[in-house]
Design a protein. Structure first.
Ligand code: BV8
Ligand code: ZN
Length: 278
């Protein structure tokens, strides 16, 4: 069955073909098709069931470290049971194509999962950290920790906090005092050192930015696409919904990342495109 034609794809394809320095800014919507819950989507979004204040702030961690630690361990195990989808794979393929011709595709993501990397892509910045990095909440010493295997069957479904198995965060081997915390950027916390600066520098040198799967509601990440517009680059938004950013986008491809991104890369390769076998 022929997939629905995506309005404005031709315009976006022309931009993709002409682009030499691309920046991809990705959000939770890119990983949705892999089974990773987004944040704000009604019913399914994490922030629909859990309050970010109760789980994604340092105060929350200090007041109930077991709850917050266990919830992030559940998310880390869930990600282990997920695999990159066609959207992640298309971005990785596009990155390889451009690198092969001496050009570049740079990725900066709000996602704390590792699906870009597992799709074979290089990521310039995890703006909001990673579920698989840990450090001491007191001395800051980085630490290794294994969140454990992917859950069996529907154990992956979101636990209710009351019945969730609670485990205490391990203590820090470096200072022996602090507790380990996930290497996540909680609300009210600064982004990782250099992540914002590196991303801004890439946007200020890009000729095309692709904003995929983000509601553009969390700052400062939501302001990043304007840095590309500010240097006259085109910005293509990929999102089935209208977002805070849609009116500013050069082209808004209203479709799912798993459909739109492969189509964009196929078109980029297309008959007159730069077809080079992988
Ligand atoms: C800071 C890690 C200060 C945690 C996250 C200015 C104005 C107002 C508020 C602020 C401001 N400046 C700062 C703030 C406060 C706050 C903020 O922005 N609050 C918002 C809610 C208003 N920002 C902060 O606190 C930041 N820190 O400002 O520090 C500071 C400054 C100096 C010195 C000291 C401190 C830190 C913010 C980072 C928080 N951490 N994540 C965790 O994961 O648990 S944010 C988290 O939510 C994600 O990382 C992501 O960034 C955000 C979710 O957004 P999206 O990824 O866009 O996901 P969402 O579900 O919202 O949308 C999904 C979209 O995908 C939808 O549009 C949907 O239509 C689409 N979609 C669905 N399916 C598909 C799809 N698209 C394509 N294909 C599909 N198949
Ligand atoms: Zn420590």
């Amino acid at each position: 069955m022929e997939p629905e034609p995506i309005p404005d794809l031709a315009e976006a394809t022309a931009l993709a073909r002409a682009a030499r320095r691309v920046v991809v800014l990705s959000g939770a919507g890119l990983s949705a098709a892999s089974g990773v819950p987004t944040f704000r989507e009604a019913q399914t979004g994490l922030w629909e069931r859990y309050s970010p204040e109760q789980l994604a702030t340092e105060d929350a961690f200090r007041s109930d470290p077991e709850l917050v630690w266990s919830w992030y361990q559940w998310r880390a195990r869930l990600i282990r049971s997920c695999t990159p989808n066609a959207g992640h794979l298309a971005v990785a393929a596009w990155q390889r194509r451009l690198a092969a011709s001496g050009d570049s595709l740079t990725i900066a993501t709000q996602n704390v999962d590792d699906l870009h990397e597992r799709a074979g892509a290089e990521v310039l910045a995890h703006l909001h950290g990673s579920l698989f990095e840990y450090r001491c909440a007191d001395c800051g010493a980085p630490a290794e920790h294994d969140p454990g295997a992917a859950p069996e069957g529907d154990a992956g479904s979101a636990p209710d906090l009351e019945s969730m198995r609670r485990v205490a965060p391990p203590s820090c081997a470096a200072c022996g005092v602090g507790m380990l915390r996930p290497g996540i950027v909680w609300f009210g916390e600064m982004l990782p050192a250099g992540a914002l600066e590196r991303t801004l520098a890439a946007l200020q040198h890009c000729d095309l930015a692709v904003v995929v799967g983000t509601s553009a509601t969390v700052q400062p990440a939501a302001s990043l696409p304007y840095a590309a517009l500010g240097v006259g680059a085109a910005v293509v938004e990929v999102n089935p919904e209208v977002t805070e950013f849609s009116t500013a986008a050069s082209v808004h491809l209203r479709g799912a990342a798993g459909q739109v991104l492969p189509a964009l890369v196929r078109a980029y390769d297309g008959p007159h495109g730069h077809h080079r076998p992988d």
